[in-house]
Design a protein. Structure first.
Length: 256
């Protein structure tokens, strides 16, 4: 067999391999990532549970959902536990959001407040629950996973820096879990990533009420203290209601 023929054969084989690298996924835009029928159904559930005008939903709920989808892409939620496959983190997060918002509808927030205040702040508390659920695992791609970006030729071009923003479209990527990662570090850094996901108007709305903001930040950090109102631990995949709202189901209706 001639050297020219060998080069042609191996050259074609090498090119074919580069077109489909093992475990590599394309970087997709948020619209494509949210187009899955199951995910679309969950987004509609979120809209129904939010119960706000459509333009408010698009600006305050759908916009951060799209930002979150673009940030996490098809990364998994865990290495060997729940939602460990491609797209697991997005799927898990939407599941948590729907569960949390359904639980929120069953409770008056803040506990012990006057009916007028409860009615006035109902949408703000619902938004706080949504945002806490949306962001509860946002730190995983930052500290628990290492993502390698691939160019159009499917060759590595470097590691993705999550602090610099979402992965660039038109690239491919591969992910490995960080060995020896620190447990719950992803939770501790969540507040640092808020501005990359939430719209300015949404963050300003949360900050407009000190009680809501305090409880929301405590929840993002995974704190369990005497915070009136919102305070549920962020590991929510298949948790029962008393794990979402620790005081529910005990002696009195109230949230930690």
């Amino acid at each position: 067999m001639s050297k020219g023929l060998l080069r042609a054969l191996f050259g074609r084989a090498r090119t074919k391999l580069l077109l489909a690298p093992e475990h590599a996924l394309p970087v997709l835009d948020a619209v494509k990532l949210l187009s899955n029928p199951v995910i679309q159904h969950r987004v509609r559930e979120v809209e129904q549970l939010a119960a706000v005008p459509k333009h408010h939903f698009e600006a305050l709920y759908l916009a951060p959902l799209r930002a979150f989808a673009g940030f996490v892409q098809q990364l998994p939620a865990s290495e060997a536990h729940h939602h460990a496959g491609p797209g697991g983190l997005l799927d898990h997060t939407l599941d948590v959001i729907v569960r949390a918002m359904k639980l929120r509808r069953a409770h008056l927030l803040p506990p012990g407040a006057e009916p007028e205040d409860i009615n006035q702040k109902q949408h703000l508390w619902t938004y706080a629950v949504f945002c806490a659920a949306l962001l509860h695992d946002i730190g995983k791609p930052v500290v628990d996973q290492r993502v390698t970006l691939l160019g159009a030729d499917r060759r590595p071009v470097g590691c993705w820096d999550p602090w610099a923003g979402p992965m660039p479209t038109g690239r491919w990527y591969q992910m490995q879990f960080v060995r020896g990662r620190r447990y719950a570090l992803h939770q501790a850094i969540t507040p640092l990533l808020v501005r990359s996901i939430l719209p300015e108007a949404g963050l300003s709305w949360l900050a407009s009420d000190p009680v809501v903001m305090s409880a929301w930040l405590a929840t993002l950090a995974g704190q369990r203290g005497n915070h009136k109102g919102l305070a549920f631990p962020p590991q929510l995949a298949r948790e029962r209601p008393h794990r979402l709202f620790p005081c529910v189901g005990r002696d009195k209706v109230g949230l930690v």
